[in-house]
Write a protein that binds this ligand. Structure first.
Ligand SMILES: NC(=O)c1ccc[n+]([C@@H]2O[C@H](COP(=O)([O-])OP(=O)(O)OC[C@H]3O[C@@H](n4cnc5c(N)ncnc54)[C@H](O)[C@@H]3O)[C@@H](O)[C@H]2O)c1
Length: 470
């Protein structure tokens, strides 16, 4: 099938490359000329596993790049809108990019086409897209608007796209649904998975994804409700971790006990420094706004957001408790991306923490395997960037682990001990076993587990952590 994907960011670029791998003919449209030039020249603007392979395989063949949205639309049976939907100051989704795309394609409807929302948008957006296109003279019988929300996670985006748990197809007519079904048929009939050159199946992938056909409105709500639920799970476990810290329990043990209940499941039960990224924070705010507009005060979401914010403040208190005063202290920081496996620093809790620490007068030496360049633009000269974890630790008063990159879980602990001025590690991602860290000579703080020191006893939990939040 001939497909246009408008917006070649984290979602559009991955979706376009994966559609090409499903043997569709794909035009990726963007209005960022530099991005297009880089893509045509073989550069890859984001860090994502398997994306280089897919772009190499299809660039200039099944996958082309263009800034001509109208020509691309005319040549396609389906147009996926994957532009940004950032938050407004009031916390609603800014849909002006989506509207601008809808206007641009209206005049190019030369045969039946399905316009597909891939961006995360509030309920009713599909109706608005249709209205805008009709206002701009698109023939009413020649197009349908569908919602096909994207559930990929940065860091595992390609395998998430090709091996999803489910594919949600929000279509209000059978004609429209059948176009969407055809696009995803290589996944839902399993033919893609039988191919020798298929991107390898990740360990936890479902055998075959289920296609869930819904109305467009239901599909829009599925995406917002899914992200809100996942964020709730993270805040829930962070709240439990705070109680564990107060009573001296171990959150890892508690999570094992909770997560083995099949009704709950073990995933997204990792305490840490809170969620971030370009999706959860903005999607929760947008979902709360949508609910409010519909006359429902979704107070649960307020609390999820409050716990998330508080989790960062708790971590800062932990750093203070470990080091007493902060001004002039040198801190090694491991991780700036909002999660492991990506170079994305949008709403990264690691960046927000580094900014607070710099403001308090700390000198920060930071290392991230992929996000350095993006972080440099945001943090500029206030932070020193190093080439590896040990350099970041060199002569530091403490080492902070802020992103769960695999390589941070496998450090040479003797080398780290030698590099640090004081062997203090404050781990916001629980990458190490406290007993092992104490045995290797570290004073080690983590989340929801008692701090430990080489003397073999739990270091005193300072009063500000024992008393509740604020
Ligand atoms: N990033 C994720 O993990 C993720 C996951 C699921 C859903 N989403 C949703 O997908 C959407 C896109 O997210 P993203 O992270 O890919 O954003 P992004 O900012 O990385 O990419 C958006 C792209 O759209 C382009 N663009 C903007 N207006 C355009 C126009 N009028 N014509 C052509 N191109 C235009 C921009 O230049 C940019 O390249 C958002 O709604 C987001 O919430 C994101």
């Amino acid at each position: 099938m001939h497909i246009t994907v408008v917006g070649s960011g984290y979602v559009g670029l991955v979706a376009g490359a994966c559609f090409a791998d499903l043997e569709h003919e794909v035009i990726l449209v963007d209005n960022d000329q530099k991005k297009l030039a880089d893509l045509r020249a073989g550069q890859i603007p984001i860090h994502e596993n398997f994306l280089p392979e897919l772009l190499d395989r299809h660039r200039g063949r099944r996958l082309t790049f263009s800034d001509d949205i109208q020509a691309a639309t005319q040549a396609s049976a389906a147009v996926f809108i994957a532009v940004g939907t950032p938050p407004t100051e009031q916390g609603e989704a800014d849909l002006s990019y989506v509207e601008s795309v809808a206007r641009s394609i209206s005049g190019a409807i030369n045969s039946y086409k399905v316009i597909v929302e891939k961006s995360t948008v509030p309920v009713y957006t599909s109706e608005w897209i249709r209205k805008i296109m009709l206002r701009n003279a698109a023939p009413p019988d020649a197009f349908d608007v569908a919602s096909n929300p994207e559930f990929l996670r940065e860091g595992t985006a390609v395998t998430d796209f090709l091996y999803p748990d489910r594919i949600v197809l929000g279509a209000d007519s059978e004609r429209c649904a059948s176009v969407l079904r055809e696009i995803y048929a290589p996944l839902t009939d399993g033919s893609y998975y039988r191919r020798k050159d298929a991107i390898p199946r990740p360990d936890r992938a479902a055998v075959m994804p289920t296609a869930i056909v819904t109305s467009a409105k239901s599909a829009e709500l599925i995406k917002h409700a899914s992200n809100a639920f996942l964020a709730m799970k993270i805040s829930f476990v962070n709240a439990v971790a705070s109680i564990c810290e107060s009573v001296g329990a171990n959150v890892q043990q508690v999570c094992r006990g909770i997560g083995t209940d099949s009704r709950i499941g073990p995933r997204f039960l990792n305490p840490g420094i809170g969620y971030g990224g370009s999706c959860f924070p903005k999607d929760l705010m947008a979902f709360r706004s949508v609910a409010r507009e519909c006359g429902y005060e979704f107070r649960l979401l307020d609390e999820v957001m409050r716990i998330n914010e508080d989790q960062r403040q708790r971590f800062l208190r932990k750093v203070r408790n470990a080091l007493w005063t902060l001004r002039g202290k040198r801190l090694g920081v491991l991780g700036l991306a909002f999660k492991g496996g990506t170079d994305d620093i949008r709403e990264s809790p690691a960046i927000l923490l580094v900014q607070s620490l710099v403001q308090e007068g700390c000198q920060v030496a930071a290392y991230d395997p992929a996000a350095r360049e993006r972080a440099r633009e945001m943090l500029n000269s206030s932070v020193e960037f190093t080439d590896n974890a040990y350099e970041a630790a060199t002569n530091a008063d403490a080492l902070l682990i802020l992103t769960e990159w695999d390589e941070f879980a496998n450090l040479d602990l003797d080398r780290l001990h030698k590099a640090l001025k004081y062997p203090i590690v404050i781990d916001g991602r629980n990458l190490y076993d406290p007993e092992v860290m104490a045995a290797r000579g570290f004073t080690y703080y983590s989340v929801g587990r008692a701090p430990v020191s080489p003397e073999g006893h739990a270091t005193d939990t300072a009063p500000s952590l024992r008393t509740s939040t604020s």
